[in-house]
Design a binder for this molecule. Sequence first.
Ligand code: SAH
Length: 279
Amino acid sequence: MLRHHVCQLQTLSPQRPKPLTSSLFTQGVFNTQRDEQPSADAAESRKKLTPNSQTAFSRADREGVGFTSQRARDQLCEQLRDSGIRSEQVLQVIASTPRHLFVDQALWPHAYQNRTLPIGHGQTISQPWVVARMTELLLAKKKPQKVLEVGTGCGYQTAVLSALVPELHSAERIAELQERAKSVLNRLGIAHPQFSLSDGCWGLDVQAPFDGILVTAAPVEVPEALLDQLAVGGRLVIPAGPDGRQRLQVFDRVAENDFEQQYLDDVAFVPLKSGVIAG
Ligand code: SAH
């Protein structure tokens, strides 16, 4: 039980939507504007990145070829647009983020398909549609200045967020995944996210409050700490529910003890687990 007052705004039918359809947009529940101005930043800032490591990815690595080419990224974005993603700003970032570099080279032919892929330790990189959807939900109300991501995984969602928010903290419970993600982000010149090896069920108390929290693994019940660490006016985007019946949920903290909750798309995430696995 949540001890805060949670007002449920919208409960959509519990049937599973078609994989690439946003029930929410078709029902006009959530308003992200199609005519939003893509900020100069997104794609541009990506181009200007200056990887600071000696092992920086080459331009050829980043741009890719064939299955990993810009054409493949653009086609993925078209598919995402067709399936309800409205934020051009988010789509621009997805078009300029080399998802293939976050997964094993053997999986590169699948990197720009709308599917999850294994990243080791029984974890998966989220589907691009889910990344886009959660990101646009996080940004839909007002641009959050300080964001916590729970579940760094391979770092792809971290890379997308890092182009869109000024202060980003990312918590991961498996040291080896976190190290790998840090290395890829560093080689891409994405230096500003701050990483924490910790159990994100407890949020990140030392940095709270956050005006955005995005969780990329699913608890059965929404952790109280995450609601506590949301600033008034802030938004939490989280998949939650028992395996096979998870829903994407959005919580807006409208006052110190008041939250508005929306149940959105049916989703399938790996579980949010407790404890830390050190390297
Ligand atoms: N956004 C990531 C998703 C990875 S899968 C990506 O695209 O790669 C979910 C991640 O959440 C896994 O890396 C898993 O280890 C991590 N995770 C699960 N429970 C967690 C917890 N309590 N705290 C922090 N990370 C957690």
